[in-house]
Write a new protein. Structure first.
Length: 155
């Protein structure tokens, strides 16, 4: 089920890498109900439009969709409910200061299991402008062409 390091990635937020420059990554735990964990084990989680907010010295993830567990009946929670993240107080205060002063935002990048705990990889991100996105796409295309040419040459 899990690889040698004890981690198993469930999902990744590919849109975040397209829309933002990821300056720093960090790991956070997430407060979940039992049926939500079972649903995540089945891979029924979406991070596409999710983001993090601060409230009363705590950090919360919003817009993270965890589909209801099929056999959960009355124990299922709202799929888009706000979920609290588990970080040390110093980390929360540092991130809060960065987002208020420097124009950064906190975006969930991936959900994975570390041993038996659900973890959320957060990115301290700065938004890309349209010309930045075009530059990224051009670099990716150029790299793809170079790899393709090398592969053809080695045949």
């Amino acid at each position: 089920m899990a690889n040698k390091t004890g981690t198993k990635q469930v999902t990744a937020n590919k849109k975040a890498w397209h829309d933002y420059f990821v300056e720093e990554k960090l790991e956070a735990g997430i407060e979940l109900a039992g049926t939500e964990v079972k649903s995540i084990r089945l891979g029924q989680v979406g991070l596409k439009d999710s983001y993090c907010t601060f409230q009363d010295g705590e950090i919360f993830v919003r817009g993270m969709h965890i589909s209801p567990y099929e056999k959960g009946n009355i124990f299922n929670k709202d799929p888009l409910r706000v979920r609290r993240l588990l970080l040390h107080k110093k980390e929360i205060m540092r991130l809060f200061g960065k987002t208020k002063q420097d124009g950064y935002t906190i975006i969930p990048l991936s959900v994975y299991f570390r041993n038996s705990h659900v973890k959320l990889e957060l990115g301290l991100c700065k938004g890309k402008k349209l010309h930045d996105k075009r530059d990224s796409m051009a670099k990716r295309d150029a790299k793809r062409e170079m790899d393709r040419a090398i592969k053809e040459r080695n045949r």
